[in-house]
Write a protein that binds this ligand. Structure first.
Ligand SMILES: Nc1ncnc2c1ncn2[C@@H]1O[C@H](COP(=O)(O)OP(=O)(O)OP(=O)(O)O)[C@@H](O)[C@H]1O
Ligand SMILES: [Mg+2]
Length: 400
C-alpha cells in the first residue's frame, strides 16, 4: 500500500482552519486572558519576546469606541512593569488609570504637557528628537502645522531645518527666523504662517529657544497627559481640521518622539511605549513615517510599541513591522473585513459578524507565530478593572 504523500501534525491540521487551533500567545510570560470558546485555556503574552528574538516588535490594538483597547494596553503595561520593564504611556484622552493602582504607589510619574508659556519648547523636535530622527521630525511637524496644501512649502521648510541644524542650533524658533529672513517668497510665506501658529496653545510646546533637554524617565512608569489636546473626529478629513485640531495632531508625533527619548538611555532594560489613539498619525504619510521610524528604533532600543487605533487606515509598509495584533470589536462590516484580512483571515460572513459583536475585551489575537485565536482579556482582580477601565461613571473619578 502506498504511504501518504504528506503527513500533518495536529497543530498543522488545526492551523488549516482559521481560529481552529486554540493555541495562541506566548509560551511564557504574564497571563493576559483566556480563550473563551470551549474549555478556557490561559493566554500569555510576553512583550519582551519580539525584541529579544529580533522580530517585529510593534503591537497593534485595533477596535471601535469602547471595545477594550485601552484596558488591554494598560494590562500589558502593568504586567510588564511588574516584571521589570520601563513604561511610557501616552494618555491622550485622558482616561488611563495606572496611577490609581495601589500596587504602583510611588512608581508612576504623571507628566502634564500643556500650552502654558512655562512649558514653551518642551517638545521642540530639534531638542528632544534622537539624532537620526531630529530633522525628519522637525520638517514633518512644521508641515503638519501649516494650513492647506503644504507641498509648495516643503522645500523651503526642509532647507531651513537643514540650515538650522548645520548651524548647530537646536530650536524651531530659529527655523522660523531663517524662513522669515529668506530671499525667497515661498520661504517667507511659510515663515509668516508659522509665526502666527507658534503662539497658539499646544504649538508653544514645539518652539523652543535652543536649550537641549536632558530627558530621563524618573520612575518605572511615566504617563504623559495633554489636557489641551483637541483631537478631530476619527472620520474627519485633514483639510477640515480646525487650527486647534491641526496643532493637536501635529503635536502627537512630538509626543511619540519624546517618549522614545525618555527610554533611549538603557538598552539593557526592556521598555514599553504605549501610544493610544494613533489613527491621526497613520492617516498622513508623514505620521506613518514617524511611527515607522519609531518602531524600527524601538527594536534597537529593546522597546515594544503598543499602538492603539480605531481604524487600520493605510498602514502601508508599517504592516511588516507589526508582530502581534489584537482585533477588538469593529463597528462596520468594512472595518471588520479589513481587520480580518490584516491578520490573514478570510473575512467570511460568520467571522465578520463575530468580530462586530466583540465588546469588553473580547478580541482575536494574532501572535508572533501567526496563529490566531479568540481571547478574552482578563484582569483577574476586580480592583484592577476598576482602576483601569475608562467609563467615567463606573470609575467615579472626581478629576473627570
Ligand atoms: N478586559 C475587559 N474586561 C471587562 N471589561 C472590559 C475589558 N476591557 C474593556 N472593558 C470595558 O469596556 C470599557 C471600554 O474599554 P476601553 O476604554 O479599553 O475601550 P477603548 O477601545 O480604549 O475605547 P476608546 O476607543 O473609546 O478609547 C471599559 O471601561 C470597561 O468597562
Ligand atoms: Mg481608549
Amino acid at each position: 500500500m502506498r504511504d501518504y504523500t504528506q503527513q500533518l501534525t495536529v497543530e498543522q491540521f488545526g492551523a488549516l482552519i482559521p481560529t481552529g487551533s486554540r493555541m495562541v500567545g506566548s509560551q511564557r510570560g504574564p497571563y493576559l486572558g483566556y480563550t473563551p470558546t470551549g474549555a478556557p485555556l490561559p493566554v500569555r503574552f510576553d512583550p519582551t519576546q519580539a525584541p529579544r528574538e529580533d522580530r517585529a516588535s510593534a503591537v497593534l490594538l485595533i477596535g471601535t469606541l469602547g471595545s477594550g483597547k485601552t484596558v488591554a494596553a494598560q494590562t500589558i503595561e502593568y504586567a510588564a512593569e511588574r516584571r521589570g520593564s520601563l513604561v511610557v504611556d501616552f494618555d491622550p484622552k485622558p482616561d488611563h488609570g495606572l496611577h490609581l493602582l495601589p500596587e504602583l504607589d510611588g512608581r508612576v510619574q504623571v507628566l502634564e504637557l500643556s500650552g502654558d508659556p512655562a512649558q514653551q519648547g518642551k517638545l521642540d523636535p530639534l531638542a528632544i528628537g534622537l539624532e537620526d530622527l531630529r530633522e525628519e521630525l522637525a520638517c514633518s511637524y512644521l508641515l503638519e502645522l501649516l494650513p492647506g496644501n503644504t507641498s509648495a512649502w516643503e522645500n523651503a521648510v526642509s532647507l531651513a531645518v537643514k540650515d538650522t541644524v548645520s548651524e548647530g542650533s537646536r530650536s524651531l524658533s530659529r527655523v522660523v527666523e531663517l524662513l522669515l529672513a529668506s530671499e525667497r517668497g515661498t520661504a517667507r510665506e511659510a515663515g509668516e504662517a508659522l509665526e502666527v501658529i507658534r503662539d497658539f496653545g499646544l504649538a508653544r510646546l514645539g518652539f523652543g529657544n535652543g536649550q537641549s533637554t536632558d530627558l530621563q524617565a524618573e520612575r518605572p512608569i511615566t504617563t504623559i497627559r495633554m489636557p489641551g489636546l483637541s483631537l478631530p473626529e476619527p472620520s474627519a478629513a485633514r483639510d477640515t481640521y480646525t487650527r486647534a485640531e491641526r496643532v493637536s495632531v501635529a503635536t502627537l508625533s512630538l509626543v511619540a518622539a519624546y517618549a522614545l527619548q525618555l527610554i533611549s538611555r538603557d538598552r539593557s532594560r526592556h521598555k514599553i511605549v504605549g501610544l493610544d489613539e494613533i489613527w491621526f498619525l497613520l492617516a498622513s504619510p508623514q505620521g506613518r513615517q514617524i511611527i515607522n521610524r519609531l518602531v524600527r528604533l524601538g527594536r534597537a532600543f529593546n522597546a515594544t510599541l503598543l499602538l492603539g487605533t480605531h481604524r487600520i487606515g493605510d498602514l502601508g509598509d508599517l504592516s511588516d513591522l507589526i508582530g502581534v495584533v489584537f482585533v477588538f470589536g469593529q463597528d462596520s462590516e468594512d472595518a471588520a473585513k479589513a481587520a480580518l484580512r490584516f491578520i490573514g483571515l478570510e473575512p467570511t460572513r460568520e467571522l465578520v459578524g463575530r468580530v462586530r459583536e466583540f465588546r469588553a475585551g473580547r478580541c482575536l489575537m494574532r501572535d508572533l507565530h501567526g496563529r490566531v485565536g479568540e481571547v478574552q482579556i482578563d484582569l483577574v482582580y476586580p480592583h484592577l478593572l476598576q482602576a483601569l477601565q475608562t467609563t467615567p461613571e463606573q470609575t467615579g473619578r472626581s478629576e473627570a
